[in-house]
Design a protein around this ligand. Sequence first.
Ligand code: SAH
Length: 399
Amino acid sequence: MAETLPKVWLKPGREKSLRRRHPWVFSGAIERVDGDPKPGATIDLVTASGEFLAYAAYSPSSQIRARVWTFDARERVDAAFFRRRLARAVESRRRLGLLDEPSAACRLGFAESDGLPGFIVDRYGDYLVCQVLAIGAETWRATLIEQLGELCAPRGIYERSEGGVRHKEGLPSRRGVLAGEEPPAEIEVRAGDVRSLVEILGGQKTGAYLDQQLNRRRVAAHAHDGEVLDAFSYSGGFAIACLKRGARSATLIDSSREALALAERETSLNGVREQCRFVAADVFDELRALREGGAQFDLVVLDPPKFVHSADQIPAGSRGYKDINLLGLTLVRPGGVLATFSCSGHVDASLFQKIVAGAAVDARRDAQILERLSQPADHPVAIEFPEADYLKGLILRVH
Ligand code: SAH
């Protein structure tokens, strides 16, 4: 196979990360490209001395110039290859018991972590929602969708390929039906006794924040009969989990009116709407207003969007995390709990802990880590690809 593929030669010494099986090649590592491979074409990556490293997808307009499909010289990148990778991903979720429940939701395929760079698949009951985020996956989209259809037999496959990552690859946003039936605008999925409404056609991400499914339950175990503040609530996943576990009331804050409208429907569906207050506001402003009004809560949840998108944003993003945590800590009743998260991959768990520690010092509150949270098993981290390890959280007792 190697002789038929365009060769991309790395600079001397730049093969080190590939030897450790890291799947990305940055533009600066490339010495020269033989021929003129099309965007998304499979290339033969070789060292400065011509030794085979990997087969990869070529992406001429991205800083990540190539994403590795396989480090195995004998493997062909073809339909059977994608079938194997998808089957492995699906089987892993099946073994976790995540496919047992017909109306459950989970992430079925998590890009690089499942050996499928740039391809994400979420399952919401009978429907699958895909994100095609890199040119290599884009090139193989028909194959990926066909194989996925055969493996999972969903009622429909829908696409939500949007956002900055795709634009960096020179790809426009795409959404629409890829196979089978168009999903209804709102799908109900279940996790235990919690029911969620997923807006596949218009909601955030692929319709829900599946990465927090398990953490909601972990956090709710601390709710007891208390008053909960769910800041950056989206559809109220944390608030609902807490109310189902006996919390007395919840205040949900989100700047998105659509998110809060969804939260109203979702809290009704779960029979807890009467216990909720919905506040459409900027969390920073609203927390300050609550502090000034002397409000206190037994459990405060902070689940902000990604503040840090690149390494140069770490200082500004860290200040954002510190501010929000300082405000959050001041709103916890003595002896209560703060559950605080960051989904910025560039802010690792140790930096996040330092930021929260700094916030506790400034807030003059003693805090103890009760639990450290991360992402669930359907968002695995390939051991050689730490970039996939993005979600971290702390559950703190605040005195
Ligand atoms: N906790 C949610 C997920 C939160 S995602 C869950 O468990 O499903 C982050 C949310 O923060 C989004 O809904 C977004 O609309 C909201 N958001 C972003 N910036 C905000 C701000 N400054 N103030 C209030 N909400 C904000």
